[in-house]
Design a protein around this ligand. Structure first.
Ligand code: K7E
Ligand code: CUA
Length: 660
């Protein structure tokens, strides 16, 4: 029996038995399976979990997770159900394996410099896959940096970062990146508020001078870049704006945004004032912001903006007057806000309230139309009457944070304090299983430990897949071999394919390279990455052929004027051409290299000691590095990828002749 036919079999006991008489050396008999299970102390449920996740050689994953990397500043790509890390994507932080920030990528990293200071890390929280009609289209990925209010654009043809934009108005964001169903914009909202541009103002001026905002970055899909010239912001009260979500289908055109600190607390524990943790949690309710972004777009286009820090901003009074901003109360310390697949319900979880609160978009619409306000906040923003917009509340457990959805009328909420995933029914007309409105907790599965976000397969789109759910747990405590006081996070895979009650944990994946927050799970076949760059001499920064790219037979070292040298180099298994590069101390060196390979996976590295240069050149790629040869000496450059049997020989010398 071949591996392929084996793979296509359902791995149930019966088929395992059928294999017994086969010739496959490793699968001897069910008796062997039982004895291994006994030896390792595995239960039947655990054997089943292994069968559901074990991915034999050659088999590929059905789904792909794009995970934030927290303060590693990166994005991680993981296969489901194998839970194997497939690669990292270098974003805000230099990464030497990908050569990111050690010769190439520097211009993009520099776009993210803040106040003229080099900034070389990020705190990534919320990835957003580009969408078409509310479904992931597998083309682009956006991610925020909470620490310095930046958004990065990643091209999923080559899984590389192409752009970083810094928000000119605020210094910190949490609500981002979020995209509407057709990715017209990327939303980014301020969190810890500051005066515009993070200018100085004393804390006593918090209410008057500190401001919240949401920025709508226009995404130009053709260019694959954020178009800053068509982007704008809306001024908001200085609450701490938190997580958000875009409306979809019936609620397309709306943006829902949580907030905490409607108390306008300013901390000061050292002056015996309530510390932030208490000060921001005093009110029984905070505010859900309801923003009509299509109306905001029209207001911006009509020019009703003020320029602040060189950026067009719709002032708060204009936003109120135009009726594009409303608030409504939400239970204390809200964290997640998640729009249901049909766009009709908005689920909010308050960390300090054991319920999820479900708002009806229809009721919100009616309340806005009939001006059913319970009042206004202290900045004059109308507040929709809570009872008139809430559809239901479901008691799910302690510390509810985030919600995802299945295809069958289920919602799934992470419970930080309970360390559990709650499955509950989303009432209304969802699926045949819920003909009547029904808002009920169905089941809770414990996870280990302290789950933050959770992700279900395509679970925040208009057509969730169900099947798998991943708990992104914050603590791992005793789950893995100790690695000292800094422990990995724990990604736990849950099988949610069975309607009814069971949703067992079937895999634990230690995440030891960052602290993920949100992650999205896309069907693998929606991704269409390039196997190699389309043509030799491809510049990934422009996604086109670079006319200056070195090509075979045109390699050379060319002196341009007295102090400038250009190097045109190619790399192919297993040599660089040229192998000797001689320059004079003090020369400005522009060094271009093309990897002329066409074979899949034929990557060459390129590194120069002392000069802090390391590149990763994928098949077809060309790169340009520039440096001043200020240190004289003899420097072997070499290929850092083990690319062939003669890879050790893939080297050369940079000779920098000293000035006399
Ligand atoms: Cu960690 Cu979305 Cu930044 Cu919740 S956030 S957990
Ligand atoms: Cu090319 Cu090693």
């Amino acid at each position: 029996m071949t591996r392929k036919t084996l793979r296509n079999r359902t791995l149930c006991a019966a088929s395992l038995m059928a294999l017994v008489s086969g010739s496959t050396a490793w699968a001897q008999s069910m008796t062997d399976v039982q004895s291994v299970a006994k030896e390792r102390g595995l239960s039947t449920a655990e054997l089943l979990a292994a069968a559901k996740t074990f991915t034999p050689t050659g088999m590929k994953d059905e789904y792909v997770i794009f995970s934030s990397g927290g303060h590693s500043g990166q994005v991680f790509v993981i296969g489901v159900p194998s839970m194997r890390l497939l690669r990292t994507i270098a974003v805000f932080t230099p990464e030497s394996w990908q050569g990111w920030g050690f010769g190439v990528g520097n211009e993009i990293l520099d776009e993210g410099n803040v106040s003229g200071k080099e900034n070389r890390w990020g705190d990534t929280h919320h990835p957003a896959l580009s969408e078409t009609n509310g479904d992931y289209d597998g083309e682009w990925l956006f991610i925020n940096d909470k620490s310095n209010a930046r958004i990065a654009v990643i091209d999923l043809r080559d899984f590389e970062t192409k752009q970083i934009v810094k928000n000119p108005l605020f210094i910190n964001d949490h609500g981002g990146a979020f995209v509407p169903p057709n990715t017209e914009y990327i939303f980014q909202t301020a969190q810890y508020n500051v005066p515009w541009g993070a200018d100085y103002a004393p804390m006593s001026e918090y209410k008057d001078n500190f401001r919240g905002a949401v920025t709508m970055w226009k995404f130009d899909r053709k260019k694959g870049r954020i178009d800053k010239e068509k982007s704008f912001a809306i001024e908001l009260p200085p609450y701490w704006q938190d997580i958000a979500d875009c409306g979809k289908l019936v609620s397309d055109g709306y943006f829902f945004l949580n907030s905490i600190n409607t108390e306008l607390a300013t901390g000061g524990i050292e002056q015996k004032k309530p510390p932030f943790e208490a000060g921001v949690s005093m009110n029984a309710t905070d505010y859900l912001h309801i923003i009509d972004w299509k109306k905001a777009e029209k207001v911006y286009q009509a020019g009703r903006t003020t320029e602040i820090k060189g950026f067009p901003v719709i002032p708060l009074d204009v936003a109120i007057e135009e009726g594009l901003l409303h608030l409504t109360p939400e239970p204390r310390s809200p964290h997640g806000v998640d729009v249901a697949p049909k766009g009709d319900f908005i689920v909010v979880s308050g960390k300090l309230d054991p319920h999820t609160t479900i708002y009806s978009f229809d009721k919100i619409n009616k309340a806005i139309a009939s001006k059913n306000f319970s009042g206004e906040d202290e900045f004059g923003v109308p507040v929709l009457d809570f009872d008139s917009v809430v559809e239901a509340q479901v008691e799910v457990g302690l510390g509810p944070l985030h919600t995802q959805f299945g295809p069958d009328g289920y919602a799934y909420t992470s419970l930080f304090l309970d360390s559990a995933v709650a499955r509950w029914t989303l009432g209304g007309q969802y699926g045949s299983m819920n003909p009547e409105p029904d808002w009920t907790l169905v089941q809770k599965t414990p996870v280990h430990y302290n789950i933050g976000h959770l992700g279900a397969a395509e679970g925040d789109t208009v057509s969730p897949d169900g099947k798998y759910l991943v708990a992104y747990n914050k603590w791992s405590v005793d789950r893995f071999v100790s690695t000292g006081p800094l422990l990995p996070q724990n990604f736990q895979l849950l099988d949610i394919s069975q309607q009814g009650t069971e949703m067992p944990v079937i895999y634990d994946m230690p995440m030891g390279i960052g602290e993920p927050h949100y992650a999205q799970i896309i069907k693998a076949d929606k991704l269409k990455p390039w196997a190699v760059y389309p043509e030799i001499g491809w510049d990934p920064m422009t996604q086109s052929v670079d006319p200056y790219a070195p090509r075979p037979k045109m390699e050379r070292v060319e002196r341009k004027g007295e102090h400038e040298v250009e190097v045109y180099m190619t790399s192919v298994r297993s040599h660089f051409t040229p192998e000797h590069v001689t320059v004079k101390q003090g020369d400005k060196v522009t060094w271009r290299i093309t990897n002329t390979e066409r074979a899949i996976d034929a990557t060459h590295g390129f590194s120069i000691p002392v000069y802090n240069i390391t590149l990763s050149l994928e098949a077809g790629e060309t790169a340009k590095i520039e440096f001043i040869a200020d240190t004289a000496g003899t420097f072997p450059f070499y290929c850092t990828e083990f690319c062939s049997a003669l890879h050790l020989e893939m080297m050369g010398y940079l000779m920098v002749e000293p000035n006399e």
